[in-house]
Structures are given as C-alpha cells and as structure tokens.
Design a protein around this ligand. Sequence first.
Ligand code: CP
Length: 303
Amino acid sequence: MNPIQHIINIQSFSRGEINRILDRAAQLEPITHSGVSDILAGKILVTLFCEPSTRTRLSFDVAMKRLGGDVIDFGPTEESAVAKGENLADTISVMGGYADAIVLRHPKEGAARMASEFSSVPVINAGDGAGQHPTQTLLDLYTIRKESKLNNVKIAIVGDLKYGRTVYSLTHALSMYNAEIYLVSPDQLRMPDSLKRDLTDKGAKITETRDLDDVIGVVDVLYITRIQKERFPDLGEYQAVAGSYKITEETLKDAKDNLIIMHPLPRVGEIDPGVDKSRHAVYFKQSFYGVPVRMAILSMVMG
Ligand code: CP
C-alpha cells in the first residue's frame, strides 16, 4: 500500500516532481474552460479554513468539481464542535473518516504537519500561519513558467519577507531553478537570516536591498506581497512599514518590456489599479492558474 501523500511544504518535492505537477496542470487546464471530467468522480474533499480565504478555498472547490468530485466545506469553526472545545487532532481524525482528502488553513505554523499525523487521508496545507503555502508556490511557478521563464529567472520579491508565507515557499522552490533572487523590503521586514542561509546553502543567488529602483530594470518577474498586518505583535510596528511599496506606472518606467508583475492577492494598496491593464500585470491570471494547478494536486493525491 502506498504511503499517504500529504502536501505540507515545498521542500518535500524534487524539481522533477514539481515539473511533473506543472505538466499535469497544463494538461488539465483546458478542462477549466470546457466543463468537467470524471477523474475524481465519487471522491469527497473537505475544506477546513480556520483563517479567511477567497482564492485558495474557492479554487480548491472549483478544481474538485471540475474533476467530477464533491466538496464539503467545514464552514466557520465557531459553528462547529471546535466552539465546544474540540481540538484540531480530533477534528482531523473525524474528517479523515468522512472524506478522501482534507485541505487545511490554520493560523498556527506547523498545524498542517500536526494534522497529517492524525489523518487517514491526505492533508494539503493551504497556509499555516507564517509557515508555508505550498500550493500557492506551485501555482506561482506555473505562472512564471507560462508567462515568463522559470530556469535562471531574475526575480524581485518585494514587501513582507518576514511574515509572508508565500515568500518562504516560493524562494525555496526557486532555488531549485537557479534563480537570481532580489529581496526588497524595509529593514524591519527582512527575510530571517536562518532562511537566507538555507537558501544560499542550496545554491540560491540572493541580493538584498531596500530600494526597488535598484533592481526594477534587471528583473524578469516582480513579485510583490501584502504586508501581513495580522501577524505583527504590535500595531505600531505594522504602521511603521505599512505602504512601504506601491507599484504605479511611474515605478515601471525602467522595467524590461517583458517584465511580469505577480501578487498572491489580496492586495491592499501595493499595486495601483492603473497598472492592471498594463502588459506587465499577470496577477489575475495567476489567481486563475490556481484552478488547473490545484486540479493537478488533487488528481495526484486522490487519483
Ligand atoms: N493567495 C491566497 O492565499 O489568497 P487567499 O487568502 O484569498 O486564499
């Protein structure tokens, strides 16, 4: 019997495995335009979100339905037995008896790993606190491969590099593709040294700066993130860095013609809406690519 295939972090994938998921997503993408298939007919997915979500929750829901499967959303935890004090381990043990896979978002780093230890079905990490968001990373890689180039890409990662979980997963993955990574943040939100060491140990080429103008003319991809207000221990610390970066048409005057701008969304002021119609903006396509990539992931863990 095969071991259960949980998806907890991006480091558990080799470059070859990532490429196979991206290839599978490309095969499945036409289904997103043409109805449904029966690849996961009879299978049931539970989505359990203990933090707010629009894209991840709904794109998993759509992906499952496009593959012919069914979805039960756990709903607000305050309307479940969690409100009576049931712990995550027991909740997961029970859900494993009802469904064929569980998608979990939780405010605590490490929650998905812990859940996987109690689950009889695959657990997919949909974001664990300031930890990881591996399925976001896979759709980010799919977007970069499709809209720019993945091997040897030059990428600026801008904004909250301390609390942003998409950044942790993405930089790990990019280090497998010989990327040149420019980390752009205020001093207070720099990537922790331990993570930078991890990346350089893997051969990643990293440059740090506070000033986006230093790198805007060099990069193929500009990946900007929201400053994660909810993870700051103190509101004053957040206010000191809020609004540090805002992409406008002026910011892009020295950009390469084929620069793409990505954002995991939601945005809260990091990109001026005037940029949305520019040839550089791919962030809404990026959120759409969440559907074929999550179809590939679901078909892999349950197919
Ligand atoms: N990118 C992302 O995780 O968005 P949601 O919080 O809306 O799921």
